[in-house]
Ligand binder design. Structure first.
Ligand code: AMP
Ligand code: MG
Length: 540
């Protein structure tokens, strides 16, 4: 197995002079050198073939002893530069000071087969100077969740960090799952995460908070040169580069969040240390997927009181986080009005992406207009607005509903058939999305909405190819919380079949997959209140 490292982060940025692996505050440095703590008996739980291939690893490599040693942290290649990054962050709205990689250790950067730089990071690889109270380890359940979800998100077309593999360590880790005093020993695991960089908003906030402009500038210049070279002015970083950079981060963040809203993903811990400057979904913890459409839902029990990170609040929270990032760049850009304008651009960019996405979910084109002679008073936007209200009236499975909507027939007159369609015919594709039998009142409201919808589609002339377009943005298979939990239950019993099966199903989320009906079912009743399915804590 051949991985060649080129460690630009370690090479170009100031390092902590101390190599003592002891919890402490680290000043004037972007990272500390630290090696993973070996594990007893690593074993393979899951591997992502596309990521392995992108890194130039063969099937034989993936199933070798060396693979287990390397990605569990037991063997550190000579040209790797293992490190833990220093960063801070705002947690639940409050400045939390130094956080840093408390259990993630980066091996270094490799160039993938496409020529792109990829950092390989082992999460759960042991304590670092940033471990604070933690043990530096991760448990199997949260590692499987991160592994499966980052790959699922990628295949859904959502910008995200990737995952090469999840390995069990053969060691046990003590955790209090619900923070209720019931500690238990759980199997430990390590996930190898892969991304061009794991630099976060909090990576900049820490130096700004300490008035350490030298380190702040060094990190910002490195980030720009390595990851945003198109923004340099004749190869140089100038104050205006920072403003343009911030505007670009606002745009990529807006697009990422619009994708979350499209697929029904709730991050769960949108602290500023969990926001990537590359606009990638990062740090999968107590995330969740919307089963029944409910914008107030949060999967995170730690967030239950205020629901700060609920599904519907994500666009606004991302803006709040961007404002904290802007504050930390202000000493470099010194352009308050430019940064404010960029932040305002976020709202516009999100609204635009979200509007386009909502139109596409209904089968309209982002720019389709009513044709001459249009009769319908609705716009795609007003239709979507009323649809969300209908979905909020009773528990309606978001994924199944949109997927079913594509199957609703076109208006009868448009199809050249009989002018009348029975209500049953219209409703039939949607009934499977309901968690309880819809009332007569709801059925009437839905039928009347469907007539408006059909009319509007005709008016916009978008019936041709509508189903295919809708099925390309409305996934059939998402990582439902209960499915992840079933895979975890089996894995904790030593059977990893379901992990691998889910990985495969979720790699083609928009395709019909006959025989895989089990993975498209709405949440079963038993999962409504089971920990891991409807509620998760940060314990991981
Ligand atoms: P998170 O909530 O996963 O974003 O983590 C917040 C901070 O806590 C980060 O600095 C993590 O590295 C750290 N952390 C979380 N779990 C552990 C652990 N088991 N051991 C050490 N540090 C941890
Ligand atoms: Mg984090």
């Amino acid at each position: 197995m051949r991985l060649s490292f080129d460690n630009s982060f370690a090479r170009e940025l100031p390092a902590d002079p101390s190599v003592v692996n002891q919890r402490r505050q680290v000043f004037g440095a972007c990272y500390s050198r630290v090696v993973p703590t070996p594990v007893s008996a690593p074993y393979l739980v899951g591997v992502s073939s596309p990521v392995a291939r992108a890194l130039g690893l063969s099937e034989a490599d993936v199933h070798s002893k060396q693979f287990l040693e390397l990605f569990s942290g037991n063997l550190v290649p000579d040209d790797a530069a293992p490190l833990a990054a220093c960063y801070g962050g705002h947690q639940f709205g409050n400045w939390a000071g130094q956080l840093g990689d408390g259990r993630a250790i980066s091996l270094g950067e490799v160039i993938d087969v496409g020529g792109r730089r990829q950092e390989l990071q082992l999460k759960g690889a042991g304590p670092t100077p940033y471990s604070r109270m933690g043990d530096g380890r991760a448990v199997l359940r949260s590692s499987i969740r991160e592994f499966l979800c980052s790959e699922a998100m990628h295949h859904l077309g959502v910008p995200t960090t990737r995952a090469l593999c999840v390995l069990g360590t053969g060691d046990l880790v003590k955790r209090d799952l619900l923070y209720d005093g019931n500690e238990r020993l759980e199997p430990g695991a390590v996930v190898c995460r892969v991304a061009p960089s794991f630099i976060r908003f909090g990576s900049f906030e820490i130096f700004a908070s300490r008035d350490d402009l030298g380190t702040l500038r060094a990190l910002a210049e490195h980030t720009l040169r390595r990851h945003f070279p198109h923004l340099l002015d004749a190869g140089k970083v100038t104050p205006s580069t920072y403003t343009r950079w911030f505007a670009e981060v606002c745009a990529s963040t807006a697009s990422m969040v619009a994708h979350w809203m499209r697929v029904g993903f709730v991050h769960g811990v949108l602290n500023t240390d969990n926001m990537s400057v590359l606009g990638l979904t990062i740090d999968y913890g107590p995330y969740g997927w919307i089963d029944d459409y409910d914008p107030t839902w949060t999967p995170n029990t730690t967030d239950a009181a205020t629901r700060r990170y609920r599904f519907g609040a994500q666009p606004r929270i991302a803006a709040w986080n961007l404002a904290r990032f802007a504050e930390s760049l202000l000493p470099l850009s010194r352009d308050l009005s430019g940064m404010e304008a960029a932040l305002e651009g976020y709202a516009g960019a999100f609204d635009q992406s979200n509007r386009d996405m909502q139109r596409q979910k209904l089968g309209f084109l982002p720019d389709s207009q009513p044709l001459d002679g249009a009769l319908c008073a609705d716009t795609p936007e007003s239709l979507h607005e009323s649809l969300l209200q209908l979905m909020g009236r009773v528990e309606t499975d978001m994924t199944l509903f949109y997927r079913g909507l594509a199957q609703v027939p076109d208006a009868a007159t448009d199809a050249g058939g009989s002018a009348e369609q029975s209500d049953e015919l219209l409703l039939e594709p949607l009934l499977g999305a309901y968690y309880s039998e819809p009332s007569a009142g709801l059925r009437d409201a839905l039928v009347s909405w469907l007539h408006r919808y059909q009319r509007c589609l005709v008016d916009h002339g978008v019936n041709v190819g509508r189903r295919e377009r809708m099925d390309a943005v409305n996934p059939k298979y998402v990582l439902r919380n209960y499915l992840a939990q079933l895979a975890i239950d089996e894995a904790e019993d030593g059977d990893y079949t379901l992990v691998q099966q889910l990985l495969e199903v979720l790699s083609r989320p928009y395709e019909e997959q006959p025989g895989r009906e089990r993975f498209e079912q709405k949440r079963p009743e038993w999962a409504r209140s089971r920990p891991g399915c409807s509620m998760l804590s940060c314990s991981s």
